[in-house]
Write a protein that binds this ligand. Structure first.
Ligand code: HEC
Ligand code: HEC
Length: 391
């Protein structure tokens, strides 16, 4: 099966040979509205688990952990998640994050704010809040057919979950860090039973057990493209110069909603050697993977370095991967302190990186997969006809 043409032929033939194909079940109710957040300036590892959660996590996962406060962050307390996510799953998800998404690495070992004890505390809190005991899922013998799974996945799952080249709005299943922590049994269980009260429906019934085995095998197969972890950039010292082009002119920005500046305008200002400050609002662990050239690390959970921002009208642009939530916390704090020219990088750092604008990146860190359009949004313009689909 060397020729791609032959391979795609096999896929086409196999489609007809696979199971039911899956009727689309009706979605459950959507995600709940946003909740409040905190902005502590002390070591989050010293906080109680509840305060650490409210300070660091609630901005995206919502105050009651039901998810959806920002960036389509998943529920941490959905009963089927509580039943199937082991402590190890939770620990590694929190410690290492999901690179290329707004889920940062929170472990101190990677430059994040939390030590092991604090992560253990959060795991216990997530368990109590979920209130559903962990089930021992029987290990799954690999029984799925990847080719059949591919067709089912493209039809039923890809619009929300993306693939290796594009990210959807839901959890990115091709993310190497997800595949490291999620067992086949965990994935199978999620597909079968869904995540109640989220857009993830239970596919049991719509898909046969064989279908679910096939899709599970296909998701597992994404790992073939995974990379070994790479060394990080050195930790920020806190002495990195704040102002970029200190002798440059002041840029003229056109803001949206009085607070967002586009990546194109900021890139143009850098090209024109204009004076500005760029703040990376994510945990420093993320800055150590990749950051905008010249950006200083002032994370949303420790904003002490804001004291050093000059009060001379210098434009100060905060960004995150979100693209607005963590940067919004930093901008709000600056404005509260009287900095009128504090703004948020509208599209965020992932889009900056995808466009090939200047970054400093650890070895092997590539631009994140592009964001697939929101399936709820109006469809994009129809491409010109003539070319057959596929390769
Ligand atoms: C800036 C938003 C944001 C913040 C802050 C954040 N998360 Fe997340 N988290 C996400 C997103 C988005 C995902 C899903 C990533 C993906 O698409 O794969 C996620 C995934 C997770 C997962 C895996 C869930 C699953 O079903 O696979 C866990 C566990 C988690 N987060 C816990 C936490 C904890 C605990 C904190 C605080 C220490 C935290 N997160 C802070 C956005 C965030
Ligand atoms: C309408 C959008 C949508 C579709 C279609 C969809 N999902 Fe999901 N899926 C989600 C969302 C949203 C979540 C996270 C829900 C939460 O916990 O907040 C999720 C969660 C999951 C999880 C659990 C991941 C984790 O870390 O907790 C798996 C596995 C999964 N989906 C696989 C699939 C597969 C396979 C299909 C196709 C058969 C599919 N999904 C179809 C939206 C969707």
């Amino acid at each position: 099966m060397k020729s791609p043409l032959l391979a795609s032929l096999v896929v086409m033939v196999a489609v007809t040979a696979c199971g039911s194909g899956g009727a689309t079940p009706s979605p459950g109710s959507g995600a709940p509205p946003p909740a409040g957040s905190g902005s502590a300036r002390v070591d989050p590892s010293k906080l109680s688990a509840k305060d650490a959660y409210l300070t660091l996590c609630a901005v995206c996962h919502a105050a009651k952990m039901e998810g959806g406060a920002a960036d389509h962050a998943p529920s941490l307390v959905s009963p089927t998640f509580a039943e199937s996510a082991t402590d190890d799953f939770l620990r590694r998800s929190i410690a290492f994050g999901r690179p290329g998404t707004s889920m940062a690495a929170y472990s101190k070992q990677l430059g994040g704010p939390l030590d092991d004890a604090a992560i253990t505390g959060l795991i216990a809190l997530i368990r109590t809040t979920g209130g559903v005991p962990l089930k021992e899922l029987a290990p799954l013998a690999p029984a799925g057919d990847v080719t059949c799974g591919a067709a089912l996945y493209q039809k039923n799952c890809q619009s929300c979950h993306g693939d290796t080249v594009a990210r959807g709005q839901a959890i990115h299943l091709a993310n190497p860090r997800f595949l490291e922590v999620a067992s086949d049994a965990f994935i199978h269980y999620a597909i079968e039973n869904g995540r109640p009260n989220t857009k993830m429906v239970a596919w049991k019934g719509a898909l046969s057990t064989q279908d679910i085995d096939d899709v599970t095998a296909y998701v597992r197969n994404f790992a073939g493209k995974a990379q070994a972890p790479q060394p990080l950039l050195p930790a920020p010292t806190g002495d990195e110069p704040l102002v970029i082009n200190p002798k440059g002119k002041t840029p003229v920005f056109k803001l949206t909603e009085d607070k967002y500046v586009s990546v194109d305008q900021v890139k143009a200002a850098l090209d024109a050697k204009q004076r500005l400050i760029i703040i990376d609002a994510r945990p420093p662990s993320e800055w150590r993977q990749v950051h905008v050239e010249g950006a200083v690390s002032i994370p949303y959970h420790d904003m002490t370095r804001l004291d050093q921002i000059p009060k001379d009208g210098t434009w100060t642009i905060a960004y995150c991967a979100c693209p607005h939530h963590l940067s919004g916390i930093v901008m709000d704090e600056l404005r509260k302190r009287g900095y009128k020219n504090a703004v948020v990088l509208d599209e965020g750092v992932n889009e900056w990186h995808r466009r090939g604008y200047p970054v400093v990146a650890a070895p092997g860190v590539k631009p994140p997969p592009k964001e697939a359009p929101d399936p709820a949004a109006p469809p994009p313009p129809v491409p010109s006809p003539g070319k057959p689909q596929g390769r």
